[in-house]
Design a protein around this ligand. Structure first.
Ligand code: SF4
Length: 327
């Protein structure tokens, strides 16, 4: 247990300033995320330094395609979620968390020729104290830090992390449909969430977006509007992943997975909106990177594995157009 970052005393309790839920908590109470608690008039993170045993994976396995492609990363995961449902990941078993010193993680990274650390599920912003501690040391040791987040956090937190972080994969559900966010994810202000997403850009994070799509009335229109919003607010070169609903039970059968032809239609719509790099998670032939200008394959993948890198000095080998990625 460690004193939490991002809170202030307010009236007879404490206001948590970490995520946009802005929980007001009195003595002994836990926040919505379940891992921040008030004790003796201070806010604490109850799982500080506790994570799942770190895994070494190919970075593509995290759906990060343009950040250090075809390299290994250390995957960090811990408990804590500010969403009511495990939309983007499986829930983590608290009993499997172990104390892990940052030095040991860096040692593991170096031993395995790893170039980055990815902070992932359940929601890394909820265990920000642990993330911050590891990321600071990793940064000093020349490793890159990448977040996978739902972005439902205060902009101050993003600013603070930007010192040590280089990249972010932002997970959204149903193209940020306001009613679905309100009814199913208990997020009433999608505009604030959008501001936080844009703020990552302002703080110079390299951004990729993963839209977890599903079938419901109006999903196509929502998706078109979302793709246009990305182009307008984040830029056409943001890598964009379409990930099909993996578990209908999460939403008690309210939404369904899309069939392949529908996913391909969304892929076409995203391109039509102007997005240059679009991927469909379920469909192998939609996972390679092509030059947006001449369509030459520049990174070929089979599933979530790179099979051929064909980028020369950050450019297409055929027409010399710049391919937006971090090498
Ligand atoms: S981080 Fe947790 S305690 Fe803080 S506002 Fe968000 S849900 Fe509430």
């Amino acid at each position: 247990m460690k004193e939490a970052m991002f809170w202030h005393p307010e009236r007879n309790g404490i206001r948590c300033d970490l995520c946009l839920r802005k929980c007001f908590l009195t003595e002994g109470k836990k926040g919505y995320c379940g891992i921040r608690v008030v004790k003796s008039k201070k806010l604490y993170n109850i799982h500080f330094s506790k994570i799942l045993k770190p895994e070494i994976i190919n970075i593509e396995k995290s759906h990060i395609f343009h950040f250090l492609p075809d390299t290994k990363t250390v995957l960090i995961q811990s408990k804590g979620n500010n969403l009511p449902k495990p939309v983007f990941s499986e829930p983590i078993d608290e009993k499997k968390l172990v104390e892990y010193e940052p030095e040991k993680i860096i040692e593991l990274a170096k031993k395995n020729g790893v170039k980055s650390i990815v902070y992932s599920f359940e929601e890394p912003m909820m265990y920000v104290e642990t993330v911050y501690r590891i990321a600071k040391l990793a940064y000093r040791e020349g490793l890159k830090n990448v977040l996978i987040t739902n972005a439902f956090v205060e902009t101050d937190v993003i600013k603070n992390l930007s010192k040590y972080f280089n990249g972010v994969l932002i997970n959204v559900f149903a193209s940020l449909n306001e009613k679905i966010y309100s009814d199913d994810l208990e997020i009433l202000d999608v505009e604030k969430l959008k501001k936080s997403i844009v703020y990552f850009r302002k703080q110079r994070f390299f951004i990729e977006i993963a839209n977890h799509v599903a079938f419901y009335e109006g999903y196509k229109e929502d998706h078109k509007a979302f793709a246009e919003w990305i182009v307008e607010n984040l830029g056409a070169s943001i890598p964009y992943h379409l990930i099909n609903l993996r578990d209908m039970d999460i939403f008690e059968g309210k939404y369904y997975p899309l069939v392949p032809t529908d996913l391909i239609s969304l892929y076409d719509d995203a391109h039509f909106a102007g997005l240059r790099y679009v991927y469909v998670d379920d469909l192998e032939e939609y996972q390679s990177t092509h030059c947006y200008n001449c369509k030459t394959p520049v990174i070929e993948r089979e599933g979530l594995k790179v099979t051929k890198m064909n980028v020369i000095g950050g450019r297409c080998p055929n027409c010399r157009s710049k391919i937006e990625l971090v090498e």
